[in-house]
Design a protein. Structure first.
Length: 372
């Protein structure tokens, strides 16, 4: 531990802090250190929200739709899944329900170069190009070459998602997975619960002290982030971080983010959560989170180091694409990125209060059951 005497347990101190905040809140007194830390963390993240629009360029919506439609057209107009995803982008994200994505005029590579001059626009287009590309099953060399050509035309070719698609068709599935998970590992560290990383260089997969601290959150009232975190793990019979789960510092923050966002742990909800995070904060790390969920649930690749069973084609399930785009839309309306907050300092707060703090729109299906 950094800056503390060897005999002092930080987890024990955090336990005391959480319970002190609970007592202060219940008695109407001033909030403790946890609340002030929470508010400081929240205010520092309030300006991170991204725009899913084309840099507010409404005049670019139809040309952008033409580009995406052209990139997926291998003589079939794109697959049914690709066309549905494109329709949701154009209708729900760019708010042009009048555009029929099946009857758009093709766009040449020369025309596509019009998007090069605006970095925000071609970054956004690259993200949707990758999503559409990975939604073709089976992924083909022809699809990869075509998407790469349009990505190059707009000035976006050096991207982890584009590389993943290339390797999936040109190398072994296992090699592509290994390279992708290596890229994800560096992003995962940056997205781990910061206070845990600050206190330890590495928290091992087995850490009884961490487990004990997390399980003590059950003493908090129902509806608080900490209590619902424990209920979430117990309800789904998940291993707690510290009970053998790899990267426990990541999963503490990730699963508390699930609860604040209002998405459960199913495949479609995992992808929807990652879409919401990307919409809250257009960072390279959140792009990797989104890619990872697509890799695990749409493409069907997973790290050989875990017992997680990857799935494919999750966005072909009824209602799944709509749920993912709900994530995009709700994330774009948040006032800040709660996934990067100090979640442990907010454990004593009602989830409803945290949602209000970040202007989180209510999910279409209430989750978790108790938020007050």
């Amino acid at each position: 531990m950094v800056g503390r005497s060897p005999g002092v347990s930080w987890f024990a101190e955090l336990d005391q802090s959480l319970l002190a905040d609970r007592r202060a809140t219940a008695s109407g007194g001033a909030p403790g250190v946890g609340v002030s830390q929470t508010l400081r963390a929240a205010s520092s993240l309030m300006s991170a929200t991204m725009t899913l629009t084309l840099n507010s360029r409404s005049d670019l919506v139809e040309p952008a739709a033409r580009l995406l439609a052209s990139a997926i057209d291998l003589g079939d107009g794109g697959t049914a899944e690709q066309r549905r995803i494109l329709e949701l982008v154009v209708h729900n994200i760019w708010h042009r329900p009048d555009i029929d994505v099946t009857s758009l005029e093709a766009m040449s590579l020369e025309e596509a170069e019009v998007f090069r001059s605006d970095e925000v626009v071609h970054r956004r287009l690259r993200m949707f190009l990758v999503l559409l590309e990975l939604c073709r099953h089976p992924l083909s060399e022809e699809q990869v070459v075509r998407v790469d050509a349009y990505a190059s035309a707009i000035g976006e070719i050096d991207d982890t998602g584009l590389k993943l698609a290339r390797e999936l068709v040109r190398e072994s599935h296992e090699d592509a997975a290994d390279h992708f998970w290596l890229a994800w590992s560096s992003a995962r560290i940056k997205l781990s619960e910061a206070v845990l990383l600050e206190r330890y260089e590495r928290i091992g997969a087995v850490d009884p002290e961490l487990v004990a601290m997390l399980k003590r959150l059950v003493e908090l009232p129902r509806g608080t982030l900490g209590r619902e975190y424990v209920e979430f793990y117990m309800g789904y019979k998940f291993q707690f971080p510290g009970e053998g789960v790899d990267n426990p510092a990541f999963f503490v923050g990730h699963d508390m983010t699930h609860l604040i966002a209002g998405f459960g742990p199913t495949g479609p909800e995992e992808v929807a959560l990652s879409a919401m995070q990307l919409a809250m904060n257009d960072s390279d790390e959140h792009w990797m989170v989104f890619l990872t969920s697509i890799a695990a649930y749409e493409v069907g690749i997973s790290s050989g180091k875990t017992d997680f069973a990857a799935k494919d084609g999750v966005l072909t399930r009824e209602g799944a694409p709509e749920l993912v785009f709900e994530g995009f839309e709700r994330g774009s309306k948040c006032s800040g990125d709660f996934s990067r907050a100090d979640h442990l300092s907010m454990a004593h707060l009602p989830i409803s209060e945290i949602r209000e703090m970040y202007s989180v729109p209510a999910p279409s299906s209430p989750f978790p059951p108790f938020i007050d």
